[in-house]
Design a protein around this ligand. Structure first.
Ligand SMILES: Nc1ncnc2c1ncn2[C@@H]1O[C@H](COP(=O)(O)OP(=O)(O)O)[C@@H](O)[C@H]1O
Ligand SMILES: [Mg+2]
Length: 295
């Protein structure tokens, strides 16, 4: 039985957990200017204030009553990712500190996983987290945090004179900063596949050896940007939505990753309950392994 088959098997046996989803999407962050801290260039440093209650109400963070349990599950998910990122894993991986959240199709939980993993990792003493909105065509995180008009990744890719660090926004969550998607370009795929992208990825831990970048991304089977992105990151977290992602679709998506060295599975379960307004979610974790692209 392949890794994916085993993972799906395990997922089917898992208990569902209720969670209400917000009907509409609003802005849950705002950029504040603080006079207290000043960036090197003399302008006030801009801090993204993240409204976690509103994110929770929108379904991008778990509701308070499940927060503890889900936090515990994310602890397990992040552990091997951090070990790899800090070079403490069994195998040394190139760019292991750059982690992409991927999935075959939309609405499988890439953004949910990116945000929850980002919060969980940022709470670690040892690491800092840069959450990158690389879903450049549909920049969900940038929109949620009110950063969709901000310059970001695509601007830095288009303009080699632009220092990507100048576009990184600190947040009021200790240890967490954000890089918005930036201005859309028709050449997004080529930009993500460019040498400039490799430079940006390599430079992410230039000033902070313990910095981990989490890249939210578009669906693998519907876009070409995601595939380009997968070639430059060091680790990939493949989000599989139970009862939704057909096995063939998951396998097709994994095969898009080619020979990628480190792919982990997060099993993200969603089952609509026809008798209520609630959706049911839960997830487990399939261990990272080398060569999962061939599973
Ligand atoms: N594990 C989960 N628990 C609760 N809600 C989830 C979970 N995963 C996804 N969701 C919900 O499903 C919806 C789609 O998830 P999202 O992360 O936006 O998908 P994607 O980024 O893959 O398109 C979101 O509204 C989110 O609230
Ligand atoms: Mg998304």
């Amino acid at each position: 039985m392949s890794l994916v088959e085993k993972a799906l098997e395990k997922m089917r046996g898992q208990a569902a957990r209720p969670m209400r989803l917000a009907a509409s999407e609003a802005v849950y962050g705002q950029v504040a200017l603080t006079g207290a801290t000043r960036a090197a260039h003399g302008t006030p440093e801009r801090i993204v204030v993240i409204d976690q209650d509103a994110l929770r109400a929108a379904g991008l963070l778990p509701p308070a009553k499940q927060a503890r349990q889900i936090a515990e599950e994310y602890r397990q998910i992040k552990r091997p990712l951090i070990a790899n990122a800090l070079g403490r894993g069994a195998t040394k991986l190139q760019n292991a500190h750059v982690i992409m959240m991927a999935s075959a199709m939309p609405a499988e939980g890439k953004t949910f996983t990116s945000i929850n993993l980002a919060f969980s990792m940022a709470s670690e003493k040892d690491v800092t987290v840069l959450l990158v909105d690389a879903d450049v065509a549909k920049p969900h995180i940038s929109r949620l945090l009110g950063l969709d008009k901000e310059r970001g990744l695509l601007d830095a890719l288009q303009d080699p004179t632009l220092d990507v660090e100048s576009l990184v926004l600190p947040t009021d969550v200790p240890g967490l900063s954000v890089l918005p998607a930036g201005k859309w370009s028709e050449n997004a795929t080529e930009l993500l596949a460019s040498q400039r992208m490799q430079q940006i990825v390599a430079g992410i831990s230039r000033f902070d050896a313990n910095r981990i970048a989490l890249f939210d991304s578009p669906p693998l089977l519907l876009t070409t940007e995601s595939r380009a992105l997968s070639q430059v990151v060091g680790q990939i977290v493949m989000v599989v939505c139970a009862n939704k992602s057909p096995q063939k679709v998951v396998l097709d998506a994994i095969s898009q990753l080619g020979e990628h060295r480190c792919v982990s599975l997060v099993l993200n379960q969603s089952v609509a309950n026809p008798t209520s307004n609630y959706y049911y979610y839960g997830y487990g974790y399939g261990q990272a392994r080398e060569g999962a692209g061939n599973a």
